[in-house]
Ligand binder design. Structure first.
Ligand code: GLP
Length: 239
């Protein structure tokens, strides 16, 4: 694993965006695994600026998102499908037909369909990840085993608390989600994680400077052969 240490959120965002832009430049029809949450938003803003400046072409890019809340349809303003349109897809020349977010309303058959889709794409070239405060990736929550493919999860109380800032109240935060599994993520040819702020420092320490354990799902990335952690000084303050 490699660590890119940056001064702050903006520098982290620029560094992560450069890695994604390099991937698109090297392989214009690459498959990007994309993430939601506040961590990747700055990277997306850089990508949008470079696309608008004519320096980065998304026309052949294909994308698969990590996860979606169960029960939210793509037009719900807290769905991850909506988030992706709002924060990236609507602002670059990507073909919406080439973008994919797991459906939160199609039932459990969606899991198999989504894994098949990733397989049909020939796998993911670059997977972007955020990090949950409890060490989760996508919505792979702490557990007694690592998950494999796309599956439905029960969100932990800490994740629902962390994400309630986006909803009117805790009651409105969904209790379940669909997420790519750890195997899907590990099979990506390159994995880039963005992490910023002191509230991620303990999770960074546990995930990358402690034992590999399903209780800290991100820790499995220690085994990935091309994993890059892009983190700012605050996120790295405990290591
Ligand atoms: C959610 C998402 C994760 C994301 C995490 C951290 O739970 N499912 O993919 O990494 O939040 O979000 P943030 O970047 O806002 O801290």
């Amino acid at each position: 694993m490699r660590i890119l240490r940056t001064k702050d959120y903006d520098a982290m965002s620029a560094a992560a965006a450069r890695l994604i832009a390099a991937q698109i430049t090297l392989k214009p029809n690459c498959v990007l695994g994309l993430a939601t949450g506040s961590s990747p938003v700055g990277a997306y803003q850089n990508l949008i600026a470079w696309n608008k400046a004519g320096e980065l072409d998304f026309s052949a890019v294909r994308s698969v998102n990590l996860d979606e809340y169960a029960g939210l349809n793509p037009d719900h303003d807290q769905s991850y499908a909506y988030f992706m349109r709002h924060n990236l897809f609507d602002h670059v020349n990507i073909d919406l037909a080439n973008t994919n977010v797991p459906s939160g309303v199609s039932g459990d058959e969606e899991c198999q369909r989504y894994d098949q889709l990733i397989q049909d794409f020939g796998g993911i070239d670059l997977q972007l990840l955020g990090l949950g405060v409890n060490g989760h990736i996508g919505f792979n929550e702490p557990d007694d085993h690592f998950s494999l493919g796309t599956h439905k999860v029960t969100l932990t109380e800490s994740t629902r608390q962390a994400n309630k800032r986006f909803f009117a109240s805790l009651d409105e935060v969904p209790t379940h989600a669909y997420t790519m599994g750890v195997r899907d993520i590990l099979q990506a040819r390159r994995v880039v994680m963005v992490a910023s702020g002191t509230n991620k420092a303990q999770a960074i320490k546990d995930a990358f400077f402690g034992p590999v354990t399903p209780q800290v799902p991100a820790s499995i990335l220690q085994y990935h052969k091309d994993f890059i952690l892009v983190a700012d000084e605050e996120a790295l303050s405990l290591v």
